[in-house]
Design a protein around this ligand. Structure first.
Ligand code: NAP
Length: 237
């Protein structure tokens, strides 16, 4: 299959790309700023091609999707993974913060999906996986805008699953809890221990935990419109 993964230079997206490439798929690994990490990813994996684009910008997304379709003819699977987070009191959030967080986490998923969909609809086949977060489900103190963006992604997942089911396109979200990546590097060891104590499985998740679920969702044929939360039991609803 031909698979486009956004934000694949580091963390969860990188693991998703590696795992799917190892299983024999062609993976286009999008990145923005981490050029060196992206190049290493390509060097280490024969089935991975990297592509630089800021997915919060329509023109760059358009060019990326056009490039992939010209070269490979189709996109079977889209993983909307690129994201950023920011910790701030709600009263301190600026309009610039709002725009950056919403555009990178939510508008990007809207935009990439819109550019990819005509090809999937034409093929009557597609699988879209959006990486959201538990915070979109239950809200996070000092991460209101991030939580809004992730809740928006989950709403998009549910709506699109209904709209695209007749075209044989499945749309699901994976909502991780805490996963060991750069996104959490601001946390102290003490913060991590406190979080682990709140998690029934008493541990932080690994990127492969998310990558395995992505692989499962691609192979499955009857799951759509679902928010699958991989969180060690931290959030159970
Ligand atoms: P990460 O390690 O910080 O990696 C983020 C990735 O997103 C990087 O590859 C980065 O690429 C890419 N990215 C950021 N802005 C981009 C843009 N404008 N255009 C293209 N790529 C962009 O974060 P992560 O933990 O792997 O997070 C991946 C996803 O999982 C995010 O959506 C995040 O919200 C979600 N998530 C993570 C956790 C967690 O605990 N880690 C929990 C819940 C949800 P460059 O460096 O090349 O710019």
């Amino acid at each position: 299959m031909t698979i486009l993964v956004t934000g694949a230079s580091r963390g969860i997206g990188r693991e998703i790309a590696k795992n799917l490439a190892q299983k024999g798929n062609i993976v286009i690994a999008n990145y923005n700023k981490s050029e060196e990490q992206a190049q290493n990813l390509q060097k280490e994996n024969a089935n991975i091609e990297i592509y630089k684009a800021d997915v919060s910008k329509r023109e760059e997304v358009k060019q990326m999707v056009e490039y992939v379709l010209k070269k490979y003819g189709k996109i079977d699977v889209l993983v909307n993974n690129a994201g950023i987070s920011e910790n701030k009191l709600f009263t301190d959030v600026t309009d610039e913060d709002w725009q950056k967080i919403i555009n990178t986490n939510l508008y990007s998923a809207f935009c990439v999906t819109q550019e990819v969909l005509p090809n999937m609809i034409h093929n009557k086949f597609g699988c879209i996986i959006n990486i959201s977060s538990i915070w979109g489900m239950v809200g996070a103190s000092c991460e209101t805008v991030y939580s809004i963006a992730k809740a928006g992604i989950d709403a998009m997942t549910k709506s699109l699953a209904k709209e695209l089911g007749p075209s044989n396109i499945r749309v699901n979200s994976i909502a991780p809890g805490i996963i060991d990546t750069d996104m959490n590097k601001n946390l102290t060891q003490e913060d991590i221990e406190n979080i682990k104590n709140e998690i029934p499985l008493q541990k932080v998740g690994k990127t492969i935990d998310i990558a395995k679920c992505v692989e499962w969702l691609i192979n499955d044929q009857y799951t759509t419109g679902q928010i699958i939360s991989i969180n060690g039991g931290w959030v159970i609803i």
